[in-house]
Ligand binder design. Structure first.
Ligand code: DX5
Ligand code: ZN
Length: 218
């Protein structure tokens, strides 16, 4: 079963609470929250204040994607604000094993994100420790970018390791996901699809979300 995580980066921030409720009613499985620091990526977005503000409006799990340098410094704050799962970028985390275990010891799920140009071998040794792997299908920083199809072979390789070793982690993809690329990613082994502009760019979020699921979307 494919899970859908709308990214609020493309929501209307003047009515963020309503937007979150709308995708919850539309059948979303998670709320994807993109945290950017203007250093690891060339954009500044959401901090703990926003996470804290929208926590009461939904019961959906918060999938917090940290695109920041020195993520260890901020992980406790995002957990306090209501994160249910946190991913850190391998490119920004020299001690991934320690970072991942700190997140898990707090009782929430931990993932590692990889930029399109980063080889999947970077996370090979830590796969058994992970709840999920986040494979970026655009260069992180902005919504609405074009899907990089070369990442499909990375998804397949990670799926191959998962199946060969019987590991439980999920494979999440993020960037440029629409009706067509959703099918390509699911076919390659992705189980969680992040979609920002595709979901929030449509009036009917329920239809948009359903159309991303290969089993229901026509
Ligand atoms: C990009 C973010 C994504 C972004 C996806 O850096 O990590 O989550 O919101 O947006 P779309 O779906 O529009 O590519
Ligand atoms: Zn993201």
């Amino acid at each position: 079963m494919i899970k859908i995580a709308p990214s609020i980066l493309s929501a209307d921030f003047s009515k963020l609470g309503e937007e979150v409720k709308d995708v919850e009613q539309g059948g979303a499985d998670y709320i994807h929250i993109d945290v950017m620091d203007g250093r690891f990526v060339p954009n500044i977005t959401i901090g703990t204040l926003i996470v804290d503000a929208i926590r009461p409006v939904t019961s959906l799990p918060f999938d917090v994607h940290l695109m920041i340098e020195d993520p260890d410094r901020y992980i406790p704050d995002f957990i306090k604000a209501g994160a249910d799962m946190i991913s850190v970028h391998a490119e920004a985390s020299p001690h991934l094993h320690r970072t991942i275990h700190r997140i898990k010891e707090s009782g929430i799920k931990a993932g590692v994100a990889l930029n399109p140009a980063t080889p999947v071998e970077w996370i090979r040794e830590i796969l058994p420790d992970l709840d999920y792997v986040l494979l970026m299908t655009v260069n992180p920083g902005f919504g609405g970018q074009k899907f990089i199809s070369r990442v499909l072979s990375k998804i397949e390789r990670v799926r191959g390791w998962k199946e060969a070793e019987g590991l439980p982690f999920e494979i999440e993809v993020d960037g440029g996901i629409n009706r067509e690329t959703a099918r390509l990613c699911a076919g390659a082994g992705a189980t969680i699809l992040v979609a920002g502009s595709y979901v929030f760019g449509q009036k009917n979020r329920k239809e948009a979300i359903a159309s991303l699921r290969p089993e229901t979307g026509k």
